[in-house]
Ligand binder design. Structure first.
Ligand SMILES: [Zn+2]
Length: 258
C-alpha cells in the first residue's frame, strides 16, 4: 500500500528487508530508527566479521586520546560524545583481560623485589607478591565501584554523580592497563636482573601519577586548581592504599591453605 513497500516488491534484491532483524521495527532507512541496527545484516561469515572491525576505530581513537589528553576525552564522553569513544566498561574489560592474560601466564623472578627481607616473612611476602603480579589487573576491575566511591566522596560538590565517577575511573584504569601491558614487555627484558626492581618501581609510580593527573584534568575547571590537585593526589593515594589492603586481604585468604 505504502510507497515504502514498492522498492522491495519491484526490484526484489535492492531492499529486501522491511523490518529490523533485531527488534522487528519497520525500516525506513539504512539503520533501524528504534534500535540502530543496520538494515543489511547477512549471515555471519569471516568476511563480514572482518568488515565490522574498522568500526572499532573508536577503540584506538579512545586509547590515543587517553594517552594524550585524558581529561578532554573523559569530559567529552561525560558531556555527550558517546559514539566518538569506546564504552568505558567495555574498554576496561578488554584491557584488563589482555593484561591479565599476560601476567597470569608468565611467572617473573621476583627475588630482586624481596631482597633484604627477613627469612621468616620472606615466604609470605613472596606469595603475596606473586599473587599481586598475577591478579592485579583483574582485582582492579572488582575494585571499580569502591574507587568510584572514593573519588565521588572527595570530589563531591563538583558536579559529577557516582555513575560519572565510575566512567572516569574506568577510563583511567583502562589506560593504566595499557601501561601494564607495556610494563610487561619491559619486565620481560629485565627479568632476573637487578634492573627488575627499578622497572617495578617506575611501573608503580607512573600509573599513580597518571591516575592523579586524570582526576586533576577532569576537575581542575570546577573550582580552585590547587584544591583539585590536592584532592586528586589524596584520592589516588587513598585508592592505592585501599587496593593494597584489599589485595593483601584477598591474597592472604586465597593462599592461606598452602
Ligand atoms: Zn531495530
Amino acid at each position: 500500500m505504502k510507497g515504502v513497500d514498492d522498492p522491495g516488491q519491484a526490484s526484489g534484491a535492492a531492499l529486501p528487508v522491511r523490518t529490523c532483524a533485531n527488534c522487528a521495527t519497520e525500516l525506513t532507512g539504512l539503520c533501524c530508527s528504534h534500535c540502530g541496527q543496520r538494515r543489511d545484516v547477512a549471515r555471519l561469515t569471516l568476511r563480514n566479521i572482518a568488515a565490522q572491525l574498522p568500526r572499532q576505530r573508536g577503540l584506538l581513537h579512545t586509547l590515543a586520546g587517553l594517552a594524550r589528553r585524558p581529561g578532554q576525552v573523559i569530559l567529552r564522553y561525560l558531556d555527550g560524545h558517546r559514539v566518538e569513544f569506546a564504552n568505558p566498561l567495555n574498554l576496561l574489560t578488554l584491557t584488563a583481560g589482555f593484561a591479565a592474560l599476560l601476567y597470569t601466564n608468565h611467572r617473573f623472578d621476583l627475588t630482586p623485589l624481596l631482597a633484604g627481607l627477613a627469612p621468616d616473612t620472606l615466604a609470605t611476602q613472596s606469595r603475596l607478591l606473586n599473587f599481586q603480579f598475577k591478579y592485579r589487573t583483574l582485582l582492579q576491575v572488582l575494585d571499580l565501584p569502591l574507587l568510584a566511591a572514593i573519588t565521588w566522596l572527595l570530589f563531591r560538590g563538583r558536579g559529577r554523580g557516582y555513575a560519572e565517577h565510575l566512567v572516569i575511573n574506568a577510563y583511567s584504569m583502562s589506560a593504566v592497563n595499557i601501561l601494564y601491558l607495556l610494563l610487561f614487555v619491559v619486565l620481560l627484558g629485565v627479568d632476573g636482573t637487578p634492573a627488575f626492581r627499578i622497572a617495578w618501581v617506575v611501573g608503580s609510580v607512573v600509573p599513580f601519577a597518571y591516575k592523579a593527573g586524570v582526576l586533576y584534568a577532569v576537575f581542575a575547571g570546577t573550582g580552585r586548581r590547587w584544591r583539585a590537585a590536592l584532592l586528586a593526589l589524596a584520592a589516588t593515594a587513598f585508592a592505592v592504599g585501599l587496593q593494597i589492603a584489599l589485595m593483601t586481604a584477598i591474597a592472604t585468604w586465597a593462599i592461606a591453605p598452602i
